[in-house]
Design a protein around this ligand. Structure first.
Ligand code: MGD
Ligand code: MGD
Ligand code: SF4
Ligand code: MO
Length: 679
């Protein structure tokens, strides 16, 4: 490893570790051994020197006085927040003592890891931890909270996570941002779109909220939540009815296009308009724009995936570029996710073989509340890292209740005493990514990057990799995989003969170059991973799995008679709940608002600026209302995962359903219903 630790002053390359598609290359400015500034790496072909505000102010988070420096042991009630410092030796000994006892009496499935992508570094996200929990035989976590419904849907159509190169989208003449708040969540896609716009591209945003991305569009198409597959089917109806399809492409690269053409006759613009709230003439206009503009690019966001029908919705939208042959046009096509280009050797990194064919149960992270409260045999210990389930998981009253169980032994490893950590028996201090060696593979652009430690570890904090090495020792695991260094693991991961695009990328070249682009030797269409090897407009696999084999609109689940659909998405200055506890970023962010249509507000005698109660059977929140035309009637929207603070009830996941989406075990954050009244 070459590290920058011995150079107290200077400017050093790094990578943004946050769960963000842009995965920026960074330059870290160091003075007297401390970070004094962070900006974008000018030489990174996607970052090009520009990064978001939240990471420009990351220094405040790294040195936030609230940051944890030592392991802590709980001395008060769960949730109360009373802790005393202990040594790492005591912490590791306490954990392994408890786990050995659980394993002896109940078996290893009593232990559940709970993690997500608080750190996207491949080693600190899912490597040594996976080896450890495989070896332990713990219950497995199905990590479904983000994009899994859409990924499964996309893969039914396209086989795997291949889309187009975002750098090519500067050539597009039509850009559709579909269910993505890109100005906040994918800023460099906006930079590329701006470049395309200078060359005449027209930008359409399809969203349930007139947010800053919608306002930036040339044309904003408001739509009712959960109805996008109907809109996509309506577009297909017009494309076929007006002969705008690319028959040659359909014949060569797809299966089932004749079936699809027949099938979409039922989705005429009148029918679709009644479902989606999009006017008939706009459906024709959008279809003709899409059918007659080339290159036409669709950026498929996460907004449409967090619904009961999210999988089918993405499956449906991802059929559109095939109908017009746009996958072969440079700058056209679509991006849902691009992780397949940089697929590394997951087996080598995570070592599922250490399970030795033991069958362990799998628990969907979206139902963690019910799992903690109801599973039999019960979860007896939870180890949380890279995640803050009390704020980010749905039905948080259940999550809190579950975590308050006296017989649950909980360990939380984080940089801060998060809302989740308040329920822990032991809290372990985590390093920031700038203190570690790691490598990164974006799920949007095509660059793989390496990160070397820039600053010393903060206090007594340790990285996820280090903690799992210690836990392995403490458990008495003698397998040599637990002695691997970070460099060893990166070498193992990069050795992936299955992925031709990684050829020539190894630890040495990566260290020398800092970032390298996937070596795209042939178009992904030549190598599709669907059962037929073609784009599957008709999918036998879906039929077999009990889904309609052709793209289909299914309505959201109706639950109770609450009048409003509630869409609580992320905000601009936080990353999920990260930064919600940092002064700088919370000050940059607008206070949390509930956006409501004027007609709904008037009917309920609610005025702009009123404080309202928002409730359903799961819980309640209180927010200030913003009345206007930014949402359609019947829809209310908020942005940001804030913690409750004294006197405010604003943790929005108190209201969200833990129902599971149609595919991939996905989350349904945006398919819940609520009532709203003035307090
Ligand atoms: N600043 C910032 N950036 C982030 C994050 C963050 O929290 N803050 N989070 C990161 C993560 S983990 C992710 S997964 C991504 C998420 O980022 P995006 O992919 O942008 O997804 P969301 O912001 O969840 O939703 C996108 C848009 O979908 C809209 N929407 C909701 N339901 C529907 C619907 O049914 N139809 C349509 N057409 N639109 C709908 C919402 O109003 C929202 O504007 O961003 C990443 N980047
Ligand atoms: N209502 C609603 N809920 C949502 C969403 C939504 O749009 N609406 N979005 C969902 C989505 S898409 C996602 S991806 C999830 C995200 O949910 P999470 O992945 O839980 O995201 P964060 O809230 O950012 O929490 C990450 C935590 O990891 C910690 N961390 C960072 N680096 C490290 C490290 O190196 N080691 C350790 N041990 N800890 C570290 C951070 O300090 C932070 O507390 O939230 C979901 N929840
Ligand atoms: S959060 Fe996203 S946009 Fe901001 S620096 Fe990180 S990767 Fe870049
Ligand atoms: Mo996410």
């Amino acid at each position: 490893m070459h590290s920058y630790l011995n150079q107290p002053n200077g400017i050093f390359p790094s990578v943004c570790s946050l769960d963000c598609p842009d995965q920026c290359g960074l330059l870290i400015h160091k003075k007297d051994g401390k970070i004094v500034g962070i900006n974008g790496a000018p030489q990174h072909p996607v970052t090009k020197g520009s990064i978001c505000n939240k990471v420009r102010h990351m220094t405040e988070r790294i040195y936030d006085p609230k940051r944890l420096q030592q392991p802590l042991k709980r001395i008060g009630a769960k949730g109360e927040g009373k802790f005393v410092p202990i040594s790492w030796e005591e912490a590791i000994a306490t954990i392994t003592f408890n786990w050995k006892e659980i394993i002896d009496k109940h078996g290893p499935e009593g232990i559940l890891p709970y993690s997500f992508y608080g750190n996207m570094g491949r080693l600190n996200a899912e490597a040594m931890d996976m080896r450890f929990f495989h070896r332990l035989g713990a219950s497995k976590l199905d990590r479904t909270i983000c994009a899994s419904a859409g990924s499964e849907g996309y893969n039914y159509t396209m086989g795997s996570n291949y889309g187009v190169d975002p750098e090519d989208t500067i050539h597009a003449k039509l850009i559709m941002m579909w269910g993505i708040n890109a100005i906040s969540t994918n800023m460099h896609q906006v930079v590329f779109a701006e470049k395309a716009r200078k060359n005449g591209a027209f930008i359409v945003v399809i969203d349930v909220h007139k947010n800053q991305t919608s306002r930036w569009a040339d044309w904003f198409v408001p739509i009712l939540p959960g109805t996008d597959s109907a809109l996509a089917l309506g577009l297909m109806h017009v494309l076929f009815a007006e002969n705008m399809e690319d028959t040659a492409f359909l014949r060569q690269y797809t299966v089932g296009y004749e079936e699809l053409r027949e099938h979409v006759i039922q989705y005429d613009p009148d029918t679709v308009s009644a479902i989606t709230g999009v006017p008939v003439e706009d459906i024709y206009k959008l279809a003709r724009l899409y059918g007659q503009t080339s290159p036409a690019f669709i950026r498929i966001g996460n907004g449409i995936q967090h619904h009961d029908n999210g999988g089918m919705c993405v499956r449906t939208i991802s059929c559109l570029p095939a109908i017009t042959g746009q996958w072969l046009v440079r700058g056209g096509g679509a991006i849902k996710g691009n992780s397949a280009y940089l697929a590394f050797n997951k087996q080598a990194l995570q070592r599922p073989d250490l399970l030795q064919n033991k069958q362990t149960r799998t628990i969907n992270m979206n139902v963690i509340g019910s799992a903690l409260l109801e599973l039999d045999p019960p979860i007896l210990s939870m180890y949380v890292y890279n995640s803050n389930p009390v704020l980010v998981a749905p039905e948080s009253n259940k999550v809190r209740q579950g975590m308050a169980r006296e017989d649950l032994f909980t360990v939380v490893h984080d940089l801060f005493l998060t809302e989740t950590a308040l329920y822990a028996d032991l809290v372990l201090p985590a390093t920031s990514a700038f203190e570690n060696e790691d490598f990164y593979t974006s799920y949007w652009h095509h660059y793989i990057q390496i990160q070397q430690p820039v600053i010393e570890k903060y206090g007594e904090s340790k990285s996820n990799v280090e903690v799992f090495r210690l836990l392995a020792k403490g458990m008495g695991f003698e397998d040599s995989v637990f002695d691997d260094s970070e460099a060893d693991m990166i070498r193992q991961a990069l050795n992936n003969p299955q992925n031709i695009y990684l050829e020539g990328i190894n630890y040495e070249t990566l260290n020398e170059k800092q970032f390298m682009k996937a070596q795209i030797k042939s178009h992904f269409l030549n190598n599709l991973a669907t059962p037929s090897g073609k784009i599957e407009l008709y999918s036998k696999a879906m039929d077999k799995a009990g889904y309609p084999p052709l793209p289909t609109y299914t309505p959201l689940v109706e639950q109770g008679d609450f009048p409003f659909l509630f869409v609580p998405g992320p905000n601009h200055n936080f990353l999920n709940s990260t930064f919600s506890n940092n002064t700088k970023q919370s000050e940059m962010e607008k206070p949390l608002r509930l956006y409501m249509n004027s007609s709904d507000a008037e009917a309920a005698s609610i005025l702009d600026g009123d404080t309202v109660r928002i409730w359903n059977t799961r819980g309640e929140c209180e927010l200030v209302v913003s009345v206007g035309d930014t949402v359609l009637p019947g829809v209310v929207v908020t942005q940001g995962l804030w913690a409750d603070s004294p006197g405010s009830k604003q943790a929005v996941n108190l209201l969200t359903p833990d129902r599971i989406a149609d595919m991939g075990g996905g989350a349904t954050f945006f398919s819940g219903r609520v009532d709203v009244a003035k307090v």
